[in-house]
Design a protein around this ligand. Structure first.
Ligand SMILES: Cc1cc2nc3c(=O)[nH]c(=O)nc-3n(C[C@H](O)[C@H](O)[C@H](O)COP(=O)(O)OP(=O)(O)OC[C@H]3O[C@@H](n4cnc5c(N)ncnc54)[C@H](O)[C@@H]3O)c2cc1C
Length: 441
């Protein structure tokens, strides 16, 4: 297995090479803040920045070094879709609701790109386009239906790619063509997070790393509604934002009961000859396959490597074993890369939800934004902004994602014992769809 790894192999996110985790000096803990934020990812920092610029005193606490969570570990795909497809949502909740949700997804996507541009955050944000590679003829047909519906109702562009033209997009014969969404984007998640953190610090946010929030109690005074106990002392706040997504601890039981934490896996290849890389993804688009349990690929934005991931929630922890599993996925999709080694392998915590929807709202006075189901780059940024706007009392804080319910299961406490079964159910659904088409034609 070790022959798959380069000599300088790192069991750490590739993104940390350019954006290593730091430890900002948070300074002395104040007696109280207007707002305390738990979690220093995109959700927490975007909220903190917006609030600080509006004149609020803000402290952000992270259990680890700031940016330790998924925000500096993800694949950097910037999209405007959910695990719950537009068609499914329209069928289950009606056309108006589905359109409102998908309009907000577009707003999340566009506002994240606009923010990066306005702030001048140098994080390789581009509208590179995305290939969704169909894993069967039936998946191809379903993709066409789904994207046609979104084009008709929301004006979102796409084009279908037949199997015989797949090599125009990807050096693979594995897939049954796919769909190209020309205006979806990508970025360097580490540099985006670092840019956000620098701006939050410059706006006066106090960011404390290695400071777990252990308890949040209500004290009920007008300007000091909450007492927050951290690993480094106590403070008070008028508002508290829970922004812990896949890292949500059991000490926040209401939230933990509503999230399904799962591990995402990624790897980076060694540097590749530029021509070999260009042959794999000639248009430098991001690629995901059409399965529920996705494999995904992209070129690194800042060096000639391929970054890829998949095999979500497979339960492996040993980096060499993860490398072996991911390399198998790489070879299967892009056989030209069968002999390349991996320079980085890493994991990160994501959060699913029982209705497969992200959730934003307030419970027991605590604001929260979470459950991004693998779409937290735009959605975390968006929910962070929306929560800040709500705290500021601005009408812009409204979003179609606010719901009356944030479902859980009886007796569920945040340990997703059923995850292997859920992944098998995903695989079964994918296979069933693929078979249906074979029988039909
Ligand atoms: C491998 C992988 C690939 C992904 N790819 C994509 C992608 O391509 N596109 C996309 O849109 N999304 C992707 N995601 C999802 C996305 O990264 C996340 O949804 C997003 O980063 C969540 O941001 P956040 O700020 O809500 O939480 P995080 O960035 O996860 O931050 C949560 C923080 O809370 C802290 N914390 C937890 N408990 C406490 C406590 N008690 N006290 C203090 N701090 C605490 C943690 O230490 C952590 O730093 C991916 C995720 C993974 C893991």
């Amino acid at each position: 297995m070790t022959d798959l790894l380069t000599t300088g192999f790192r069991n750490a996110p590739y993104w940390w090479d350019a954006a290593p985790l730091g430890e900002p000096a948070g300074g002395a803990l104040a007696h109280s803040y207007d707002v305390v934020v738990v979690g220093s990812g995109y959700t927490g920092l975007r909220a903190a920045l917006t609030l600080a610029r509006a004149g609020r005193s803000v402290a952000v606490f992270d259990r680890e070094r700031p940016g330790y969570g998924a925000s500096r570990r993800n694949a950097g795909f910037l999209g405007r879709t959910l695990k719950k497809s537009y068609i499914e949502l329209k069928a289950s909740k009606g056309a108006d609701y589905a359109a409102a949700i998908y309009r907000d997804l577009v707003a999340a996507y566009e506002s994240t790109l606009d923010f990066i541009q306005e702030e001048g955050i140098d994080c390789h944000a581009v509208r590179c386009g995305r290939l969704i590679a169909a894993t069967s003829p039936a998946h191809h047909a379903l993709l066409d239906r789904e994207l046609a519906g979104m084009k008709a109702d929301l004006g979102l562009p796409y084009s279908m790619l037949p199997r015989e033209r797949l090599r125009e997009e990807m050096a693979s014969d594995l897939y049954h063509g796919g769909a190209v969404i020309p205006d979806l984007g990508s970025l360097h998640p580490g540099l985006y997070h670092r840019g956000l953190m620098e701006r939050a610090l410059a706006a006066g946010v106090a960011i404390f790393g290695s400071r777990e929030v252990m308890a949040i109690g209500q004290i009920g005074r007008a300007n000091e509604r909450f007492q927050i106990t951290t690993a480094g002392g106590q403070t008070r706040a008028r508002d508290v934002i829970v922004a812990t997504n896949g890292y949500t601890p059991k000490s926040l039981p209401w939230h933990a009961r509503r999230l399904i934490p799962f591990v995402g896996y990624m790897a980076a290849t060694e540097t590749l000859p530029p021509a070999l890389l260009a042959k794999q993804l000639p248009h430098r688009r991001t690629v995901i396959d059409s399965n529920l349990d996705i494999d995904f690929f992209r070129p690194a934005p800042d060096s000639p490597r391929l970054l890829f991931g998949g095999a979500t929630a497979n339960g492996l922890e040993d980096p060499a074993a993860i490398a072996g599993l991911l390399h198998g996925r790489l070879r299967r999709a892009l056989p030209d890369l069968a002999d390349v080694k991996l320079s980085h392998v890493w994991t990160g915590q994501c959060a699913g939800t029982f209705d497969m929807m992200p959730h934003i709202g307030r419970h027991d006075g605590l604001w929260y934004g979470m459950g991004y189901n693998f779409a937290g780059v735009p959605m975390g940024s968006f929910f962070g902004l929306k929560i800040a706007q709500k705290i500021l009392g601005l009408p812009d804080g409204a979003t179609a994602f606010e719901q009356d319910t944030f479902p859980t299961l009886p007796l569920y406490r945040g340990d997703p014992w059923f995850l292997p079964l859920a992944m098998r159910w995903f695989a079964w659904k994918d296979a069933k769809l693929a078979r249906r088409n074979l029988h039909q034609g």
